[in-house]
Design a protein around this ligand. Structure first.
Ligand code: PMT
Length: 399
């Protein structure tokens, strides 16, 4: 979801995690959202009303009887909201929402809300696991609220367990996913990302600069649109995307082994990975010693399987196959040649050497080429935004 001009109503309750919600407001505002905050009385023991007022640039509602003269501000907030987030959601507000109690500004407003609601519980782990709290959360889930599972870790009470409020950015990602149109529902999406590494001996390998960022954003985007996503990934240092089956591999052979079988049942296959075209002919079982290398370090290579080309040969007309091409020259010609040779429906080409594009960057500059001969050229933008556009285009083409 693009949060630009979206009205997000944020309910803050009394828990130590209330301080983390300040950052949530800042991030939502940064993404263009209008944020209105309602605080419970207990929330104000943890964070001052002024803090949220400054961060949201809006008046914060704390008391129904302090509002405007007509006494309807809470109704306006409820009806204007595109989405509601309650964070941290205490056992108290969860119980009130589950039973329909309206005895303060937040619980009363919630009865007038028609927008999608995300609940972010955060509390001591024994409280969270308490039967009545769980029963109330089940009621909310059945009512269509999205309950975000708290994190496991050390809690403010020094107990280690489940009850931590997840990081603000993660809350935003899950909200984005919750609100997205589910136009990939029932679609199996198979994605590859990152580099492959090809062993020379137990300590050395050849590889490339792929960070996995482009592929992981595509996996996140496909998941939020309701796709059943499998991500086959080379070694990267990225957080695993939520609700995605992640298969970690190292070599091209391992990537092939994990992709070829799954490709048979996938509806959409997107090969973002930078796969090593060659691998050492022999892998030494022990570390190659410098003293044994009389004529320098000479490695013989043999060709790796071309996974995408193999999938292109077996793909059915109902499957949509996307390749990527990172090129230093003749971008269009080289990318289109790959699309043809590998029997792709579409190829995403990115130039290497252009500042902000290609490997490791958070941004990329891409061109889309389609097998019907049409093409699209995009300005430099965040890989996340490219991922969303790519999924839009795929959805439009699979119908
Ligand atoms: O991971 P990041 O740091 O975010 O960087 C993203 C990226 C630059 C790696 C990505 O945007 C990208 O361009 N990936 C493709 C890299 C590339 O140039 O691949 P290629 O031209 O070697 O291969 C073309 C296509 O065939 C690719 O889809 C590749 O996955 C596939 N291939 C290649 C060789 C092989 N043996 N098997 C394959 O399946």
């Amino acid at each position: 979801m693009n949060f630009e001009n979206k009205n997000i109503l944020l309910g803050v309750c009394g828990g130590i995690a209330a301080y983390k919600v300040c950052e949530l407001v800042r991030l939502l505002k940064k993404q263009g959202a209008n944020v209105n905050v309602i605080m419970t009385k207990s929330a104000q023991y943890f964070v001052g009303k002024t803090t949220f007022q400054v961060l949201s640039e809006q008046k914060v509602l704390t008391d129904l009887f302090e509002e405007d003269s007509l006494g309807i501000q809470h109704i306006e907030l409820a009806s204007n909201a595109d989405a509601v987030v309650i964070a941290p959601a205490t056992a108290n507000i969860i119980a009130k929402l589950a039973t329909g109690i309206a005895d303060d500004a937040l619980s009363t407003t919630m009865l007038a809300v028609r927008a999608p609601v995300m609940i972010c519980p955060a509390m001591n782990s024994d409280m969270y696991e308490n039967l009545r709290v769980q029963r109330n959360l089940d009621v909310l889930t059945n009512d269509g609220f999205y309950v975000l599972e708290p994190d496991f870790g050390e809690l403010a009470c020094k107990v280690t367990g489940t009850g931590r409020l997840p990081d603000p950015q993660y809350i935003i990602d899950r909200l984005d996913s919750f609100l997205a149109v589910k136009d990939l529902k029932n679609k199996k999406v198979l994605i590859s990302a990152g580099p492959t590494i090809e062993a020379i001996d137990p300590v050395r390998y050849i590889s490339n600069h792929s960070s996995g960022k482009m592929g992981y954003e595509i996996a996140r985007s496909a998941e939020k649109r309701g796709g059943e996503v499998t991500l086959v990934s080379g070694p990267v240092s990225l957080d695993s995307p939520a609700n995605v089956e992640l298969i970690n591999i190292e070599s091209c052979d391992q990537m092939a082994e994990n992709m070829l079988e799954r490709a048979k049942t996938a509806d959409i296959i997107i090969k973002v990975a930078a796969v090593a075209d060659y691998k050492p002919t022999d892998v030494a079982s022990e570390k190659i010693k410098k003293k044994d290398l009389k004529n320098g370090f000479n490695i013989a290579f043999k060709e790796n399987i071309d996974i995408l080309k193999t999938i292109g040969k077996i793909k059915t007309k109902n499957q949509f196959l996307v390749g990527f091409a990172a090129e230093t020259d003749d971008l269009e010609k080289n990318a289109c040649l790959k699309m043809e040779n590998k029997n792709l429906d579409m190829i995403v080409a990115n130039p290497i050497g252009v500042p902000g594009a290609g490997f490791k960057e958070d941004t990329n500059k891409v061109q889309f080429f389609y097998k019907d001969g049409s093409k699209e050229d995009f300005a430099l933008m965040e890989k996340k935004a490219i991922a969303d556009i790519l999924i839009d285009r795929i959805v439009a083409r699979i119908g």
